[in-house]
Design a protein. Sequence first.
Lengths: 146, 146
Amino acid sequence: MAEINHQVGIKAPPEKIYALLTTNDGLSKWWTNDISGAGEVGSIIQFRFNGGGPDFSVTKLIPNKFVGWKHSGNMPESWMGTEILFELKADETQTFVRFTHSNWKEASDFMAHCSTKWAVFLLSLKGAVENGTGKPFPNDIHIDHT
Amino acid sequence: MAEINHQVGIKAPPEKIYALLTTNDGLSKWWTNDISGAGEVGSIIQFRFNGGGPDFSVTKLIPNKFVGWKHSGNMPESWMGTEILFELKADETQTFVRFTHSNWKEASDFMAHCSTKWAVFLLSLKGAVENGTGKPFPNDIHIDHT
């Protein structure tokens, strides 16, 4: 199985970042402006980009430390069965966000595209937390001309 | 073995991108401003960041299509044995750069850091080619506060 790994360091306490990973309002500050359903374990979060987009069920939450999602629904098809984890690890100067999107069937070109795009969105999360300059869809940074 | 995958689409013909992957002057426009040794297969390219940094030997070149490097030397240690590939694939509107940094011993936090940083540098490559706005070290975008 193939997987995507990223890590960014954010100058903020973990609780400030955790809120942006677990609420509709928080998630809409960095991934897409159209989000509903965020909540406790078992919730299904609907992320929408011009009407379409993935659903994820919340599988694990450890406040200010860990957020786990499992893909739910059938869009995009190659995300079916995949899981996303955010681990928060604080040191004296920053909180590291360790991101994994795992369980891909193969390291396809589309996975590679998503890997680059996840980096862009994690830097959007960093900007949103540090100074309110997140760039959620439709204001996200474009990585190609498609 | 773990690996990093990325893909960006650049509005330029492949030959313009290939030049930025195979010459000291080209590489210095997007990765680091201190580069020497770039050349034909067998060359050892020295990438330096404040004096230290990795060496890569050029293992394969197909003009305007493919660039292969293998890590050479001993810095950073966890890059030893790793390989980097750039594949260029043009369509009507853009050239896709498909990037792979493979053969990592494990998906460590440092690998995750490098994955995010590679996305930043590939977007720097995109900017350098499209409009001369590459951000090579020391003007690269920071992804943490270390």
